[in-house]
Write a protein that binds this ligand. Structure first.
Ligand SMILES: Cc1cc2nc3c(=O)[nH]c(=O)nc-3n(C[C@H](O)[C@H](O)[C@H](O)COP(=O)(O)OP(=O)(O)OC[C@H]3O[C@@H](n4cnc5c(N)ncnc54)[C@H](O)[C@@H]3O)c2cc1C
Length: 444
């Protein structure tokens, strides 16, 4: 009997799932597999909050697959290729289908896997399960990748024409016998200490939760998105980012669910996610190095106490501390506040953006190598289409403008007395500008 391994990775859903659809069209039985292989992610292995999310998401996916008469096979491995080979040998499957990922190490690994499997006579095929348009499908007039968002998105929009998303199948054909499987608990994703209760209250991981959130957002908040998306006290954005990261919902589903919003700011934000993937693919070194090479010489400060105060929301700057506490409590932070806390770290504290990127990586449920790298390089002024380094966000005027009643700040800080700032905003701004100036003069 024809059997296909459906290798699920960051596309943990059954609707609009091109790899699953192709496996169904191939005919025969399908064995859905998830391989937990963190070592292959290199230094950007899933952080603690992402692991918590993944544990929940796999539970939901496994239940959804079982409802369709099938089973999600889980494996812990340090080498995905070896694991796939074992599965192929155990099951007699003759094809492996999967959705593409765009992180540099994973691209290299997957290319190797595809070659090796094909050489062994296995039908190895990958599909676009995560993007509206893949990074190599958009180029500027000189045939080069874009580095500025607006022309990127303008060009991308002329080419985006995703097929209508397929519904989840009602049955997934099972093989006669199943290979062995680990349990979700065996993967060891849950934190040992129970600090995740705030996340459990704030989120409903999984495909059903993602669709419910999209519907709720399209029924109300999207109508005022342009006005409320910058107000952290208001539930004005979709909060779909972790669902999109884990592929519990696809941007194609959003595109088709909201045709009337395609030319609005909301879908433009989905465009930023596409742009982030475009940049990650074409400039893979940017996960650890500034896109603008001159920034490699920037005189960053090192100060462990200041970094800890920032991480723990104890800087004495209310909007910064509120954001960092929202992050710790829920695994998410409002975009406006992400920009403010990032600017504060890289400019007022003048600490390397990678310190911030790494902390976000560990604590965000939507931690995403493409979007996190873009966000931090943007804030530091060293990336594509970045905020110029000399534009320093003032967290106090940002708070006056975007949290005028102080509601968001009170929500996360309470109304008790507040500690003194660890840094003078005006003086540190001037120091940051002076440091930036040395960069410009030393480059001449
Ligand atoms: C320093 C910094 C780090 C960031 N790190 C991440 C990260 O690790 N993962 C992540 O998904 N986003 C990241 N962002 C982008 C943005 O803050 C979040 O995507 C957004 O806050 C998610 O909330 P939402 O789903 O309600 O967004 P909405 O406003 O509802 O937007 C819809 C979707 O568009 C995408 N999107 C929105 N804004 C951006 C953006 N600026 N860049 C890329 N995609 C965007 C997201 O997928 C989001 O779910 C970062 C931003 C900054 C400034």
């Amino acid at each position: 009997m024809t059997t296909t391994l459906l290798w699920l990775r960051q596309d943990l859903r059954l609707a609009d799932q091109p790899a699953l659809q192709a496996a169904i069209e191939r005919g025969g039985s399908i064995i859905p597999v998830f391989i937990w292989s963190p070592e292959e992610e290199g230094e950007w292995q899933h952080g603690a909050a992402s692991r918590w999310w993944l544990h929940q998401s796999l539970g939901k996916l496994s239940a959804a697959i079982e409802k369709r008469g099938s089973k999600l096979i889980l494996r812990r491995a340090t080498d995905s290729l070896a694991c796939l080979r074992e599965l192929l040998a155990e099951t007699g499957a003759t094809a492996v289908y999967w959705g593409r990922r765009y992180e540099p190490l994973i691209i290299a690994r997957d290319a190797h896997i595809k070659n090796e499997l094909r050489e062994a006579g296995i039908e190895a095929r990958s599909f676009n399960t995560a993007l509206l348009i893949e990074p190599w499908d958009v180029q500027n007039l000189s045939g080069k990748p874009f580095q500025v968002f607006t022309p990127f998105w303008r060009k991308a929009c002329t080419a985006i024409d995703p097929p209508k998303p397929a519904a989840a199948p009602t049955r997934i054909a099972a093989p006669a016998t199943w290979p062995r499987t680990a349990t979700i608990e065996d993967l060891g994703l849950m934190p040992r200490i129970g600090w995740y209760h705030g996340m459990a209250e704030a989120w409903r991981p999984g495909e059903v939760g993602a669709q419910a959130l999209l519907e709720q957002f399209l029924e109300g908040p999207v109508k005022n998105y342009a006005e409320t998306r910058n107000l952290p006290a208001v539930a004005g954005t979709s909060r779909l980012s972790p669902h999109l990261h884990f592929g519990e919902i696809s941007p194609r589903q959003i595109w088709h669910a909201a045709p009337e919003w395609r030319s609005t700011q909301f879908v433009t934000e989905i465009g930023w996610r596409e742009f982030a993937h475009h940049l990650l693919y074409h400039f893979p070194r940017t996960t650890n190095e500034p896109l603008r090479a001159d920034f490699a010489r920037f005189p960053w400060r090192e100060n462990a106490d200041d970094l800890l105060a920032w991480q723990q929301g104890r800087t004495g700057i209310p909007l910064v501390d509120a954001g960092m506490r929202e992050l710790w409590a829920t695994g998410w932070m409002h975009n406006r506040v992400r920009m403010v806390v990032a600017s504060f770290l890289v400019k007022n504290l003048r600490m390397h953006w990678l310190h911030g990127a790494r902390w976000f990586w560990d604590t965000l449920v939507d931690a995403d190598l493409a979007s996190n790298t873009l966000g931090w390089q943007w804030a530091a002024g060293c990336g594509a289409d970045a905020a110029p380094y000399f534009r320093v966000f003032n967290p106090e005027s940002q708070a006056e403008k975007f949290d005028p009643q102080g509601e968001y700040q009170r929500r996360w800080l309470g109304s008790g007395p507040r500690s003194a700032p660890i840094v003078d905003l005006k003086a540190s701004r001037l120091e940051a500008l002076a440091a930036f100036q040395t960069l410009r003069t030393s480059g001449k």
